[in-house]
Write a protein that binds this ligand. Sequence first.
Ligand SMILES: [Zn+2]
Length: 300
Amino acid sequence: VNDDTLHRLLTADGAVRVECVRLSRAWREIRAGRHYAPSARDVLGELSAASVLLAGALKFDGALVLQAQGPGPIRLLVVECTSELALRAAMKGDERVADIGFRELLNADGHGRLSLLLDPRERAPGREPYQGIVPLSGDSAAAALEHYMWHSEQIPTNIHLAADAEVAAGLLVQRLPGSGDEAHEETWRRVQALAATLTRDELLRDPCDAMIRHLFHEVALTALAARPVVARCTCSQEKVNSMLHMLGEAEVESVLVEQGQVTVHCDYCNRAYVFDAPTARSLFAATAGPSAGTQPRTVH
Ligand SMILES: [Zn+2]
């Protein structure tokens, strides 16, 4: 009950928001079938935990996407968390790269970027999702995110993240907008100072409720309803069909000539969608959609 749950609290005076998540099962499921090097794996885990902490505050139905892009060896890390706290993640680049630090992994040339995308499910036609982009500054995913929250949102935020082969965990403390009251400022300073004493080992080891009790025992906190987090991909046959349709008949035909079938792998969950020639061609037939009897297979 404690793991894979977003724990949310407020200081009694309403000045500061505290959120904690410790992903264990969801983190294992995200990595199922993958063989990431430890350093790359840990950054992906940290961003996964961060996306849950940030998605917990979404005020709309949809998804929050965190994307870190750089020159390599990891070119892209992308983590998506929906407002229902369904999480998926993907990595592009050399996943088996040697054990090197955050900067060498993603920002070797200093031009790496971090972006945060807010993608409402019900988006007005033609309306682009909101996207904020900042340079990948600092030596950790947490530092890059704090920089982002301050420079794009002007929200004072402290984020602590850690991940290993078993667990991806995070703690977020954030000043809530509202009064600039001196008492509220004092609460913020105290919560921040207490959060700063948290070690990486504690974050990985301790269940959220025990960690919060231990860290903030001298602060009056009100717990809000905890929310479950699951690993779940949103890919579907329908989306892959329409993706192939957009790719165009000529392109699909050239793959069929070369390979005899079309296989699409989901970047997130690695599921394979396989189309034999009649099924692939039926996507471009006058009657939209594959005909009955030649349904594409989904390979798990
Ligand atoms: Zn998928």
